[in-house]
Ligand binder design. Structure first.
Ligand code: GDP
Length: 471
């Protein structure tokens, strides 16, 4: 009898042989990447600045840059050459506006960045949001030219709107590029005035003083972007812009400040979750009932041999192989983009938006939850019963705003109106949402990545928000 037992009890796949958290801690330095979004009023110079920065960091080869310069001269818009580094289509080039998110990667001494470019045109706010909703940190670009800062900051300017929006989507650390200072002769007074007004405003939106840094720059001329200025090459700036800890040196350049961003903590010890971006049968480990899933690990860690569960559905399987950035690995952690080959799964039970989880603590799937929303500019007012499309990670599901609970002041948190009939443009509200099919969701306080949502309607993003209560 005992012989029979021994053939059925032992599991052939060892479970969690490795202490992945300890492994990760040893490898940490080589793996860290920050998602960076660039925001600011239209024409503040975001595209020019980022294009020039990427060029200065050696991301754009000389030949391509020369071609952009020639093409820009041809249409009489020489200054657009750097902005084109980020643009993708001819249409964008001829219009001179950046239309979509261009993603690019670059590194500073201690940090790696994935750049999520955010265009500044008002019509393009929805594109900016999908970048911002993935951002860890941001560069806020402001135009320092006479009247330029004011038109982006006062009245209808987008400087305030963007700063509030990214803060409400969870961005805490910010570098402010005080741009186009070349236009005002590198005026210290102008720089100080703009920095002071902005700092006051940013603190009032919930940023901490120490998490906001300022740099005087010119994106067009490439001044103070990737390296500090030489004292004698630009005395107008060097005379007053000094290093706070060593006044014999000029002050930090934009890249120095990016390098000081602290890494948001990767939630690598939390229960494992991977939101499925894509999936296919088989994979490099070939077997009849194996499925490969790809996506970015939202939290926790995973290793070969581990048993996992797919939500919704509850189908189980075991991890046979792990690719991180196309290289085969023994383990992977939160923040890694991976392909997992899972054995024992029926492909029928996997879909885009499914979440692969640790067996003992799977994610919840719900059809009813509460969220805090920032409403943009919907074509019709949002009222109870308003239908939209819920967008999170790569998932799109029909949703109804079942109940508007209250609107409140985004800065102070004070309730403005309980049970309002509709939500105004620009308002922040707490609402109850009901989805057509179950969605996998976490509370934002538990998971930045799995707790952020967006609402779209008619191809436009009408609101962004965070999950606050699962029902
Ligand atoms: P975006 O809409 O924020 O992406 O702004 P762009 O990068 O397209 O720049 C808007 C305009 O400002 C363009 O004509 C640029 O050439 C100009 N510009 C951008 N940065 C600077 C700068 O540092 N100095 C000067 N003088 N002009 C700039």
């Amino acid at each position: 009898v005992s012989g029979t037992e021994s053939t059925i009890t032992p599991s052939v796949t060892p479970k969690r042989r490795l202490d992945v958290v300890a492994e990760y801690t040893r490898h940490q330095k080589t793996r860290e990447t920050l998602n960076l979004v660039v925001v600011g009023h239209v024409d503040a110079g975001k595209s020019t600045l980022m294009g020039h920065l990427l060029y200065a960091l050696g991301q754009v080869n000389e030949r391509t840059m020369k071609k952009f310069e020639r093409d820009a001269e041809k249409i009489g818009k020489g200054s657009f050459a750097y902005a084109w580094v980020l643009d993708e289509t001819d249409e964008e080039r001829s219009r001179g506006v950046t239309m979509d998110i261009a993603t690019s990667a670059f590194a500073t001494k201690n940090r790696r960045f994935t750049l999520l470019d955010a265009p500044g045109h008002r019509d393009f706010v929805p594109n900016m949001i999908s970048g911002a909703s993935r951002a860890d940190v941001a560069i806020l670009v402001v135009d320092a030219s006479t009247g330029g800062f004011e038109s982006g900051f006062d009245g209808n300017g987008q400087t305030r709107e963007h700063a509030i929006l990214i803060r409400s989507l969870g961005v805490r650390q910010l570098v402010v590029a005080v741009n186009k200072l070349d236009v005002v002769g590198w005026s210290e007074v102008r720089y100080a005035e703009i920095s002071a007004r902005l700092l006051d405003f940013l603190i009032s939106c919930g940023y901490l003083r120490d998490d906001v840094r300022f740099a005087p720059v010119s994106g067009l001329k490439g001044t103070n972007l990737a390296c500090r200025i030489e004292a004698d090459s630009l005395p107008e700036l060097a005379s007053w812009y000094r290093d706070a800890s060593d006044s014999s040196k000029t002050g930090p350049c934009l890249v120095d400040l990016l390098d000081t961003f602290t890494m948001p903590e990767r939630p690598i010890s939390k229960p494992f979750r991977l939101a499925v971006n894509d999936y296919f049968r088989g994979g490099s480990f070939s077997s009849a009932n194996s499925v490969s899933v790809s996506g970015r690990i939202a939290q926790g860690n995973v290793q070969i041999g581990e048993h996992v569960v797919v939500i919704p559905g509850g189908e189980r399987g075991s991890v046979k192989a792990i690719d991180v950035d196309f290289e085969s690995q023994e383990w992977a952690v939160a923040g890694d983009s991976v392909v997992l080959m899972i054995q024992g799964l029926d492909i029928q039970h996997v879909s885009v938006g499914s979440v692969v989880c640790a067996i003992e603590r799977p994610i919840r799937s719900v059809t009813r939850f509460e969220a805090q929303l920032v409403v943009f500019d919907p074509a019709v007012p949002i009222t109870n019963g308003f239908p939209a499309l819920l967008h999170m990670q790569s998932l799109n599901v029909p949703v109804v705003i079942h109940k508007i609970i209250e609107t409140f002041d985004q800065r102070t948190g004070e309730v403005m109106k309980r049970r309002p009939r509709h939500i105004r443009k620009g308002a922040t509200a707490r609402v109850e949402l009901v989805t057509e099919t179950a969605v996998c969701l976490e509370l934002f306080k538990d998971s930045k990545e799995l707790g952020r949502i967006m609402l779209r309607k008619g191809g436009e993003t009408i609101a962004a928000g965070i999950a606050t209560l699962l029902k």
